[in-house]
Ligand binder design. Structure first.
Ligand code: MV4
Length: 447
């Protein structure tokens, strides 16, 4: 096992990784920008190294600075967290080339899933259900039109290098194809430096259901059930739950076994998430994330498995210590992402936290780097806390969540706590009756 790990991230996820390391007897090295000298992740770590000025591209995305910090501190491994360099195959390769272990999949698996067409082609060979669409990149408007006529309108144009919804364009009919095609290409070029696009049948009212997998790259793989992440605004998840109110045990086992078998066949090592759209009882694979995800705690809550500890274990070469039949799904969990934002306009509002009183009690977990007097820097993501609540039933979970949101005090800044109170008061949410468009209809299309 590793003696010392560098955590190449900030905020709540850096704390989360530190905690797993501490429990495993592993020393931690935090890295931080000059804007984060007073951050909680720096205070908790055994050592810290300043890696650059506030902009992420000069610090948390600065590969040479992070590798230098790892060399100076003499670490064995680097954990990338989520975002930043977590799905950068070149970073994973550079980490290994410098003699450190990358706590994540191989660069080859990261690159394979980073190309959405290669990911879909791979998924097809694995027997995963796909959205009908182009088998490869689409090079002309005529190809878009031909596909629309073949699979039926509307279709969706997506960026090959995409994810997160950027560069996506719905095409209603042949007349709209030319404009959508050139817009999608231009957006893909601007966002990813790659104008390659592909086409899928557009699903009008799906849910976003993702399967958590864990695999040791030595022949053992398990699935840890699903998360329903349909509540999003502008491709940012707002609230997630496990299990999905839309699935029964047979559906969960079917898609879960398929996902676990897929990563076993690929000889994948690490945690991963297979994303599906789910509509009218059918699953459609769309992409795979090769990192730990923000919403991983709800899976931990319903399985009792520490995903970060398992990530570290398999990266160190240890085989999985359990099999599928050892995994028992228990109860229900919901995560609310709390952002430093105006709850109506969603404008970021960084500032100093005047008062911080997180909720507690049975089934309540708060992952956050906030403390009273902390000045939230304006340079990074606005998510400042995650409230994760669990219960034996969805109803118990909801009662506890309502109480926890009422208890939560974050003074001095605006947060999205009032938005969460509003969401969970809606009858449709209480009934589990929502799809990927439900939240944007609730909050309107405000900037
Ligand atoms: C889709 C879709 C409808 N049909 N694909 C958005 C981000 C990317 N990960 C996949 N996305 C979508 N792909 C087909 N064929 C609708 C979306 C989508 C969406 C997906 C998940 C959660 C929220 C969403 C919001 C808008 C659109």
């Amino acid at each position: 096992m590793f003696d010392k790990v560098l955590i190449a991230n900030r905020g709540e996820i850096a704390l989360r990784i530190h905690r797993a390391c501490r429990e495993m007897g592993i020393q931690t090295v935090a890295v931080h920008s000059t804007a984060d000298s007073d951050a909680m992740h720096v205070r908790l770590a055994d050592e810290s190294v300043c890696i650059g000025p506030p902009p992420a591209r000069d610090s948390y995305l600065n590969i040479p600075a992070i590798l230098s910090a790892a060399t100076i501190a003499g670490v064995d491994a680097i954990h990338p967290g989520y975002g930043f360099l977590s799905e950068n195959a070149r970073f994973a390769e550079a980490v290994e080339a410098h003699g450190f272990t990358f706590i994540g999949p191989t660069p080859q698996h990261i690159a394979m899933m980073g190309d959405k067409i290669v990911a879909k082609q791979t998924a097809k060979t694995l027997g995963l259900p796909l959205v009908p669409g182009s088998p490869g990149p689409v090079e002309s408007v005529d190809e878009v039109v031909a596909l629309g006529e073949e699979i039926g309108w509307p279709v969706l144009i997506k960026a090959v290098a995409g994810g997160g919804g950027r560069g996506m364009k719905v095409v209603e009919d042949a007349d709209g194809a030319a404009e959508a095609f050139s817009l999608a290409r231009a957006e893909a070029q601007a966002a990813f430096g790659n104008n390659s696009v592909y086409v899928e049948k557009y699903l009008a009212r799906p849910r976003h259901i993702e399967i958590q997998v864990l695999s040791d790259g030595q022949g053992s793989s398990v699935h840890l059930g699903e998360r329903d992440c349909s509540l999003q605004r502008r491709h940012q998840k707002v609230l997630e739950e496990a299990p999905s109110p839309a699935l029964n045990r047979e559906q969960r086992n079917m898609i879960g076994e398929l996902a676990a078998a897929s990563v076993r066949t690929l000889n994948y090592r690490g945690v991963g998430t297979l994303e599906f759209l789910y509509q009218d009882g059918e699953f459609y694979f769309i992409e795979m994330n090769t990192r730990l995800q923000v919403e991983h705690p709800i899976t931990e809550a319903v399985t009792g498995i520490d995903l970060v500890r398992e990530q570290i274990r398999v990266a160190s070469g240890a085989p999985l210590g359990f099999t599928q039949k050892d995994i028992v799904f228990q109860g229900h969990a919901i995560e609310c992402r709390i952002n430093a934002e105006n709850p109506e306009t969603f404008a970021p509002c960084p500032g100093t936290v005047a008062d911080y009183h997180p909720p507690g009690g049975l089934g309540v977990r708060v992952d956050s780097g906030l403390y009273t007097g902390y000045a939230i820097p304006p340079f990074y993501d606005s998510m400042v806390a995650k409230l994760i609540v669990s219960g034996r039933t969805r109803n118990e979970c909801l009662m506890r969540l309502r109480r926890s949101l009422d208890e939560f005090v974050i003074g001095g800044i605006e947060t999205t706590i009032p938005l969460h109170k509003r969401i969970i008061a809606q009858q449709a949410f209480i009934d589990g009756d929502y799809d990927i468009h439900w939240l944007e209809k609730l909050v309107g299309l405000k900037s």
